[in-house]
Ligand binder design. Structure first.
Ligand code: NAP
Length: 296
């Protein structure tokens, strides 16, 4: 297969954290079309098929998902439709039109009992509805048999929508002291970095003589690790909120509808070596977001 220059890219979920950040870097490697939700609704499979067939793209990037981890416990059918059934239809239709599919997944496919960073071949065992539906989505994309990349990432934040960083900044305006969970360990990863890395990976992939050999499932997260408590402290230091006192608590003192895995650090060595990618640390990515917010 010859290298593919200036591909037509269909971007799904362009209003999300990662999707929004994908627009600019993807536009540097191809022609991007981003359908609105009323043109492509993941809960309506026929709209997936018709939008993909009409666009006949070279690449589909699916940044859309049901990401409300706690709500998924009470809305399992909707989470399943968006995170598992829709990716199945998307992957089958992508294979039909010969398009690459880039799909995102999550560190929450793991049960969190590991003590060293998870690699791609480690066994999955999700402990909540969100994780189970995302794992089903991964499997559906793999089963469809078309060329694909599945990128598992973790603890995503940006300056938009809802995420831990924005929640902390909001809470800091209302409270002097916050108690934050300190016994869940993972890696905060900036949506902007995920988007830049995705475009870099895709650009290199499409430039390869045999890109399908480099396809498959990869971990794509910042390097390093921390707890939610550690992340909160870093956010307040970065945003000049030294007035807020942060106290560590165990998970049992902050019960949530969905169980959370205790340890979900992802080892991203495979994607780094395959695509010659720079993986920055989570604190460098937080610095980067703060710098961009200052400029905005
Ligand atoms: N957030 C995290 O901490 C995290 C962690 C690990 C992995 N991930 C994965 O990373 C990827 C990107 O996550 P994110 O945080 O950027 O997501 P997000 O900010 O929650 O955005 C989700 C996107 O999906 C779209 N969407 C939801 N339901 C839809 C439907 N029925 N039809 C069409 N579009 C629909 C949303 O559109 P509207 O704007 O119309 O709602 C939005 O564009 C996902 O695969 C997610 O599972 C996320």
């Amino acid at each position: 297969m010859a290298p593919l220059a200036n591909p037509d890219i269909l971007l799904i979920g362009a209003t999300g954290q990662v999707g929004h950040e994908l627009r600019a870097p993807l536009a540097e490697i191809g022609d991007v079309t981003a359908p609105r939700r009323d043109g492509l609704d993941l809960t309506a499979p026929e709209t997936i098929q018709s939008a993909v067939r009409a666009a006949a793209p070279d690449v589909i990037v699916n940044a859309a998902a049901y990401t409300a981890v706690d709500d998924a416990e009470s809305e399992p059918d909707r989470a399943e439709a968006i995170n598992a059934k829709a990716p199945a239809v998307l992957a089958e239709t992508a294979a039909e039109v010969g398009a690459w599919l880039v799909h995102y997944s999550t560190d929450y496919v793991f049960d969190g009992t590991a003590t060293a960073p998870y690699v791609e071949r480690d066994a999955t065992n999700p402990i909540n509805v969100y994780g189970r539906t995302k794992r089903a989505g991964e499997r559906a994309v793999q089963a469809a048999g078309g060329p694909h990349l599945i990128l598992r990432t973790s603890w995503v934040y940006s300056a938009r929508r809802s995420n831990f960083l924005l929640s902390m900044l909001g809470l800091a305006d209302e409270h002097d002291t916050l108690t934050i969970v300190d016994d869940q360990t993972g890696t905060p990863t900036s949506a902007a970095w995920i988007a830049e890395a995705t475009a870099a990976i895709l650009g290199r992939l499409l430039d390869m003589d045999t890109p399908t050999e480099a396809g498959g499932l990869y971990h794509l997260a910042a390097s390093g690790q921390t707890s939610w408590y550690g992340f909160a402290r870093a956010i307040f230091a970065q945003f000049g909120r030294d007035d807020v006192t942060v106290k560590p608590i165990p998970t049992e003192e902050y019960p949530t509808p969905a169980a959370r895995p205790a340890y979900t650090v992802l080892d991203s060595s495979e994607v780094r070596t395959t695509f010659d990618l720079d993986i920055s640390t989570w604190s460098e990515q937080l610095d980067g977001l703060r710098a961009r917010m200052r400029q905005a």
